[in-house]
Design a protein around this ligand. Structure first.
Ligand SMILES: [Zn+2]
Length: 203
């Protein structure tokens, strides 16, 4: 008996394995030394390997709903263990938070969620609430522009969350870790980055 869903991609896998056979063997032997921890959304349209041309072993990837990560005081074992492992064990030199437009998590901030049906999701999305408040406080934008502004502000917010961890602060102080904020604008399509001097995103 076979699994039809797995069978669908057997040709792609065959090509991938033959192209990367030596590299996979080397990575198995030597272990991984990724250059970055990438925290991005679980959305099916966000495909980091394709977008950033990644080879096996290059990025350690944590995918969460809305590319959210709790701050230190609210750390949960599931997501934060990936942060600990990447920063303390793998000692990645770069940490990237990558948001994206048309993000269901960001849209979800405007839609009342039935807490009794989705208790975890409703709690989780609150990690992005400050980003929504910041944008709405200024009240300068609406519609698509507002959504885009919240997506960008949410990346800044999650960058602030990761910086609340003492070991992240220590690695940054030692010059061993630098942070990056990216946004994948699906509708353009393009990927922009946060200019940390101006605080604005550059597409
Ligand atoms: Zn998303």
């Amino acid at each position: 008996m076979t699994d039809p869903l797995l069978d669908k991609s057997s040709a792609q896998r065959k090509t991938f394995f033959s192209q990367n056979h030596a590299l996979l063997k080397q990575l198995t032997h030597e272990g991984q030394t990724p250059t970055a921890l990438l925290i991005c959304c679980a959305d099916s349209r966000v495909m980091p390997e394709a977008l950033f041309g990644l080879q096996p072993g290059q990025f350690f990837i944590l995918r969460t709903v809305g590319n959210l990560i709790p701050p230190y005081h609210a750390a949960d074992a599931g997501t934060v263990s990936a942060l600990e492992f990447a920063v303390l064990q793998l000692q990645v030199p770069h940490l990237i938070i990558c948001g994206h437009t048309d993000c269901g998590a960001i849209h979800g901030l405007d839609t009342p969620i039935d807490v009794s049906q989705k208790p975890a999701l409703s709690r989780w999305l609150e990690l992005a609430r400050p980003a929504q408040r910041d944008v709405d406080f200024l009240g300068k934008v609406s519609g698509t522009e507002r959504h885009r502004a919240i997506v960008e502000q949410n990346v800044r917010q999650q960058l602030a969350h990761v910086q609340s961890y003492p070991y992240v602060q220590a690695a940054m102080r030692a010059g061993k870790l630098s942070l990056h904020g990216w946004v994948y604008y699906l509708e353009i399509p393009a990927v922009g980055y946060l200019n940390q001097e101006t605080g604005e995103f550059v597409v």
